[in-house]
Design a protein around this ligand. Structure first.
Ligand code: 13P
Ligand code: ZN
Length: 270
């Protein structure tokens, strides 16, 4: 067996968690990541027939039976992932009942997956329907996006248009826009279901007064998605209190659609 700490997916996960911490998006235990793995990726490194523990998830996800996920642990600090991946991360497989996680590796100090597993797994189910190559769901607490939910209209079209207007590349990076949930109690199946519903139409879902969820094909793409939205929110928070003399017009946005071969969400541009 090869050393799992050298597996490309593990190296990338550790680097991503470390980078998210460095960006200030994951204070204390804030944030969580789930990366869907192929069995072929995993069985070079671990004996997948050995289940360490069985942990109930509290919800049924029949679409994910047999799927493997590398998931951050609940209460774990992103700051520390690089120093002890085996304690801060775990690899789970969804059992045939669809509601039990079989721990195959990690959570070595007796811990378990993030409290936001419902939002992660339910979002995976939805995003896989839209794009079978979706492998990542990422949650974090970036300050400017969070700040924006205190002062900006939470209407999704209005919120998206403001972000698109803050940097030229935004509409290119997230033409599907940003969906927004009102404040809800986190760590519940209810917020998981609401997030997954929002994931049907966009890869970014803001949790008002809490943070953001992103989904994508790999860790880099998903990180970049959140990074771009957060940059736009930062610019908004710098200018929101000032008179706006200039902006990116809808006509300019249409030019960007043509130049970059993207299509803005229906009805979001005039
Ligand atoms: P966990 O420590 O359970 O992953 O929770 C962190 C968080 O961000 C809750 O929304
Ligand atoms: Zn959170």
């Amino acid at each position: 067996m090869k050393n799992i700490l050298e597996a490309p997916f593990m190296v990338e996960m550790v680097r991503t968690a470390t980078n998210m911490y460095a960006h200030g998006w994951d204070e204390r235990n804030g944030g969580n990541i789930s990366l869907r793995l192929n069995e072929d990726d995993v069985d070079d490194y671990i004996d997948v027939s050995k289940v360490i523990r069985r942990i109930p998830t509290g919800f049924r996800a029949p679409a994910l039976v047999g799927e493997y996920f590398l998931v951050t642990g609940t209460g774990k600090y992103f700051k520390n992932v690089q120093y002890d991946p085996a304690a801060n991360l775990g690899i789970i497989r969804i059992a045939t009942d669809g509601e039990t996680a079989e721990l195959i590796w990690g959570y070595s100090d007796g811990g378990q997956f993030t409290s936001e597993l419902p939002a992660h797994l339910m979002s995976h189910v939805q995003r896989m329907k839209v794009d079978p190559r979706n492998h990542v769901v990422m949650h974090c607490h970036p300050a400017n996006l969070l700040a924006m939910t205190y002062v900006h209209d939470l209407d999704e079209r209005a919120f998206t248009r403001t972000l698109w207007q803050m940097c030229t590349e935004c509409i290119v990076v997230f033409p599907d826009g940003v969906n927004v949930l009102p404040w809800m109690l986190c760590g519940t199946n209810e917020i998981g279901e609401a997030t997954a519903e929002k994931m049907k139409t966009a890869r970014l879902v803001v949790w008002s007064q809490h943070g953001i969820y992103g989904a994508g094909r790999d860790l880099d793409e998903t990180f970049g998605l959140i990074e771009t939205a957060e940059k736009a929110a930062e610019i908004y928070m710098k200018i929101a209190h000032l008179p706006r003399l200039n902006t990116i017009s809808d006509d300019a946005m249409h030019q960007l659609e043509v130049r970059f071969g993207v299509k803005a969400r229906d009805g979001y541009l005039d």
